[in-house]
Design a binder for this molecule. Structure first.
Ligand code: FAD
Length: 462
């Protein structure tokens, strides 16, 4: 995104958990801040040093699969935190299993980073969040202690489930070094279709219809508004419909099915399309059903490539929010109106305001694409967008986390008591405040979680 820049004198690339432990112990004794870094694909600046003299600990050299048991039926993968998500998908493919998490950054992001951010993505609708699919973690705590909870048990009701604290903690409570995760059997057949909708009003009834008619084989339901679709096509991300087909569509929906019998699943999906098109007041203008693997991945690339297309178009203010589905369009329109009122809509300032996201999870990605990052645009958007989310009792971060971008806005989604207990947990684990300082929690007056850290000098890091 080019939005966050950091400086650090040192990047360390440990190869073992023991090395991570020694680094962290040393830093804790010397009060040196640490920024854990995975694939550096995070969208909220969480993996970037903030000028407190932090050093970067990159997990990229810890990239081995430790264990996978294809025989016992437990389907659990145990891997180093630095394994790239795509490499784990490739590793599992010959065993006919898949990772329960998948999204556009899969070629660079790492499983440790995925857990640290509690990443969502396009498979959440089917397989649930990492809070459910991660069975165990190995974590180096801020004093260097190795917390080994790398269990492969599916059931373990023995008191507090500590691993949950690290899932989504964005490197502020410890460094994840190993992950044990459920890997579902690969679906025997997957199909997808891209549907063009006459208006946003069709999205919710369409979602209901898809759930009813496709039931157990519905595995993704993704929303793309017209602006996001045009951006993705313009920047060559996948292939959509012909301009005639896309015609007057106000928005698009990508439906994926995954199931056990190709003929059965394809029949269900094409039946749905036929039913939709034959109605008096059709919910869709038209639909394209993938006919082979290339078309299948072309349709997905169109959706997964939006983030990249947005970055190619300009500088993006990205808001990843959870709100009721019925409010998706209202939020995009209200943001456009706000920018228009401020005289900021146009090629000189904000070029596009687009919305897309995981409808099935109530997650909208609101992207404001500007010619440049400016304080004027930021002031028009914040706290405006957060207040809008607050109005719908939504979340200011559905899946990307808080990082450095939204720490100050935490109170829009969490009440004072919740924030206070988050602080207490941070202080308990990390009394010297060395783990990813300045991220997740807002600064507090007299903050005990951010005591003075030693400055180690600076050099530029990417
Ligand atoms: C094209 C694109 C599409 C994306 N799509 C999605 C999406 O659909 N859903 C979604 O949720 N996110 C998405 N993201 C955001 C991002 O990819 C995820 O947040 C991802 O999980 C980050 O993983 P990473 O390894 O790159 O972590 P990094 O970016 O390196 O780090 C992210 C945070 O986790 C911490 N961290 C990293 N590794 C560790 C570790 N081992 N131990 C402790 N803390 C650690 C860092 O300090 C930082 O705070 C997308 C990003 C891009 C660029």
């Amino acid at each position: 995104m080019g939005k966050y820049h950091g400086t650090s004198s040192t990047v360390l690339r440990p190869r073992t958990t023991k090395e991570v432990s020694e680094i962290v112990k040393y830093c804790n004794e010397k009060r040196i801040g640490i920024v854990p870094q995975g694939g550096n694909t995070g969208l909220v600046g969480g993996s970037v040093p903030t000028g407190r003299g932090e050093l970067v600990v990159s997990l990229g050299s810890m990239n081995k699969v430790r264990h996978f048991d294809p025989v016992s039926g437990m389907c659990t993968l145990v891997a180093d935190a630095g394994c790239v998500l795509q490499s784990l998908t490739d590793y599992l493919a010959p065993h006919n299993h898949i990772m329960p998490v998948e999204f556009g950054a899969k070629g660079s992001c790492m499983i440790g980073g995925n857990c640290a951010t509690n990443a969502g993505g396009v498979r959440l609708l089917r397989y649930g969040s990492l809070h459910g699919t991660v069975l165990g973690l190995e974590v180096v705590l801020p004093d260097g202690t190795i917390l080994d909870q790398l269990t492969t048990l599916r059931k373990d009701n023995t008191g507090y489930d500590l691993k949950q604290l690290f899932i989504g903690s964005e490197g502020t409570l410890g460094i994840i070094t190993g992950v044990s995760i459920l890997t579902p059997p690969a679906p025997q057949a997957s199909s997808n279709a891209l549907l063009a909708l006459p208006s946003f009003d069709s999205v919710l009834p369409l979602f209901k219809r898809a759930k009813r008619e496709l039931s157990e084989i519905l595995s993704a339901f993704e929303f793309i508004d017209r602006g996001a679709y045009d951006l993705s096509v313009r920047h060559g991300q996948g292939r959509g419909m012909s301009p005639e087909e896309a015609g007057g569509a106000e928005c698009f929906v990508l439906i994926e099915t995954s199931g056990g019998r190709r003929e059965h699943d394809e029949e269900k999906l094409s039946d749905l399309l036929e039913h939709l098109l034959s109605e008096d007041k059709p919910l869709i203008n038209t639909g394209v059903l993938s006919q082979d693997a290339t078309q299948f991945s072309n349709i997905w690339s169109l959706r997964e490539g939006i983030t990249e297309a947005v970055s190619k178009e300009g500088k993006a203010y990205k808001y990843d929010i959870s709100i009721p589905l019925s409010a998706f369009k209202e939020v995009v329109d209200a943001t456009k109106d706000r920018l228009r009122e401020k005289g900021l809509l146009g090629p000189h300032a904000v070029k596009e305001v687009v919305g897309y996201g995981h409808i099935g999870d109530g997650n909208l990605h609101l992207n404001v694409v500007a010619a440049a990052y400016t304080s004027e645009i930021e002031a028009a958007l914040e706290p405006f967008v957060y207040e809008l989310v607050g109005k719908y009792k939504g979340s200011i971060s559905a899946e990307h986390g808080l990082g450095v971008m939204k720490a100050h806005a935490l109170h829009y989604s969490k009440n004072g008591i919740s924030i206070e207990w988050m602080r207490r947990i941070k202080d308990l684990f990390d009394p010297n405040g060395i783990m990813n300082p300045g991220k997740v929690l807002p600064p507090a007056s007299g903050a005990s979680h951010e005591p003075s850290l030693k400055n180690t000098g600076s050099g530029r890091v990417a």
